[in-house]
Design a protein around this ligand. Structure first.
Ligand code: NDP
Length: 276
């Protein structure tokens, strides 16, 4: 029987995961089927149990179930444990369900594909929600000089900085406290872009040759990307490559084969542009 995979979320209609995994499977000659499944908000555990009982091999998990998936997993990778959230579940040969979080490593791999180095860099991360929690461990593993987390609700930035401080120099600041600071890389992990908003950022935050990355992606540059352009950023990218990067890491966990991400990023970018 063909191995079964799926993405669980609510809403789920917009999900690009089936298209991404179909392309990975074609590219690597893997026989698998990948579906998207709308799960009622109070039925995640039931649906996940059912999926694995029916012989399903692996799941991707998206909003709003990443914390429930963390609790559902019987074993966790170190990065999932740190993130406190799971976006990938895999049934192992011994029947134990492993939970992983591939979002952060997906972003770091995308930055490497773009030719961005994080080692020795001063990095500013905007936001302190679930996505930022997921990227901090993989970012700190690259040995940046320092990571500053700035968030509208300062207490959340402080909590995250404390949670990750054993992994490197990571500190919390409010947006006002950024005045006079300069960074090599700024990552926008707020959901402000979704509503066309921008966190209140001071001028002159960027060092020469600075890079700006928005976790959000779309057909048009986000407000953060437009700001980066105005501020003279040398390199600017959105989160489409992160989306495909996290999928590639999940695929690797399931199939032990690393797919090529670049052709898939190009295909999805073409599709986004055609819909403009
Ligand atoms: P959360 O809801 O967990 O966190 C949202 C964060 O944004 C909080 O820090 C919140 O601040 C901040 N925020 C929201 N609105 C504003 C605003 N108007 N001004 C300043 N700060 C604001 O969301 P997630 O962490 O799950 O997602 C964040 C973004 O990352 C989304 O755009 C999402 O689409 C994207 N993402 C992309 C992925 C990819 O693969 N490319 C993967 C995962 C996420 P406060 O704490 O004060 O409320």
């Amino acid at each position: 029987m063909t191995d079964q995979y799926a993405v669980f979320g609510n809403p789920i209609n917009h999900s690009k995961s089936p298209a991404i995994h179909r392309q990975f499977a074609e590219q690597t000659g893997q026989d698998l089927h990948y579906a998207k499944q709308l799960v009622a908000t109070d039925e995640f555990v039931k649906a996940a149990h059912e999926f694995f009982k029916q012989g399903g091999k692996g799941l991707n998990i998206t909003v709003p179930f990443k914390i429930e998936a963390f609790n559902f997993a019987q074993q966790l990778t170190p990065r999932a444990l740190r993130a406190g959230a799971v976006n990938t579940l895999a049934i192992q040969a011994d029947g134990i369900i492993l939970g992983d979080n591939t979002d952060g490593i997906g972003m770091v791999h995308d930055m490497h594909n773009l030719g961005w180095e994080l080692e020795g860099k001063r990095i500013l991360i905007l936001g302190a929600g679930g996505a930022v929690r997921g990227i901090l461990q993989p970012v700190l593993a690259e040995h940046p000089a320092q990571v500053i987390i700035a968030n509208r609700t300062f207490a959340k930035a402080e909590e995250l900085a404390a949670h990750f401080q054993d992994l490197g120099d990571v500190q919390a600041k409010s947006f006002e406290q950024l005045d006079g600071e300069q960074f090599d890389i700024i990552i926008n992990g707020t959901s402000a872009s979704l509503s066309g908003d921008l966190p209140p950022l001071p001028e002159n935050l960027l060092n020469t040759n600075a890079a700006c990355y928005d976790l959000m992606y779309g057909a048009e540059p986000t407000v953060f990307m437009q700001w980066a352009q105005q501020q003279g950023a040398a390199k600017i990218a959105d989160g489409l490559g992160m989306l495909i990067g996290q999928a590639a890491e999940a695929f690797y966990l399931w199939r032990q084969i690393r797919p090529e991400v670049v052709p898939v990023i190009m295909a999805l970018r073409r599709q986004l542009n055609e819909k403009k």
